[in-house]
Write a protein that binds this ligand. Structure first.
Ligand code: BEZ
Length: 201
């Protein structure tokens, strides 16, 4: 299998964490990819017409995307147990919340990276940050019980999302006023899979 990957992408990091946690790393070749909607030259367009990464190619079927599909596939392949039946819908919803945090955080970066300065909208950037803070507040208030116990895809997605906030939006201090989430993250970040996949590691 080949994984089209960028070390800065939280979506790709999530997949790389799953590879390590499920013991599948040796079965996947990492292929560097980069770009965005305005610069698709180094994106695997024939594998994913949307021009996004991560993408996973495999011998026995079409390429898989996006990160949610890839992670579920890898977990099924390895019997990883990252999607427990007993609380599947909660786990998937928390995973979706973490992916929404990543989406908004990446859009903030792209607003600066892809648009000329005069066309950038500070209000739009702040609206993305509001999406993130609402989601973080919801996790702090309602979801911390799901962060305890056996490893799930929701924990992995949240770890990757919070890591990306530190990486690209460290000046915003997402930990302020969220002690439970901050304590969970500092513990989760010590996992070998988190250390190995940290941007810049
Ligand atoms: C980044 O540089 O922040 C980034 C790179 C690829 C995908 C998403 C984000």
């Amino acid at each position: 299998m080949r994984l089209y990957d960028n070390p800065a992408s939280p979506f790709c990091r999530k997949v790389r964490i799953v590879l390590i946690e499920t013991g599948l790393t040796d079965q996947v070749e990492i292929v560097p990819a980069a770009g965005h909607a305005l610069d698709t030259g180094r994106m695997p367009l024939s594998e994913n017409p949307l021009g996004k990464i991560p993408v996973l190619t495999r011998a026995d079927g079409p390429a898989l995307y996006d990160s949610r599909v890839i992670c579920r596939y890898l977990d099924a392949l390895a019997g990883g147990g990252l999607y427990p039946d007993s609380r599947l819908w909660e786990v998937l919803t928390l995973e979706a919340t973490a992916e929404g945090i990543m989406d908004a955080a990446v859009l903030m970066v792209y607003e600066h990276r892809c648009r000329p300065e005069a066309a950038q909208s500070p209000a739009w950037v702040e609206a993305q940050w509001s999406r993130i803070t609402r989601a973080l507040d919801a996790v702090e208030a309602r979801w911390t019980s799901h962060l305890a116990g056996k490893l799930t895809i929701a924990q992995i997605a949240l770890g990757a999302g919070l890591g990306y906030l530190d990486f690209r939006h460290g000046d915003r201090d997402w930990r302020a006023g969220r002690p439970a989430l901050a304590a969970w993250e500092s513990q989760f970040a010590t996992r070998p899979a988190m250390r190995e996949t940290a941007p810049g590691a």
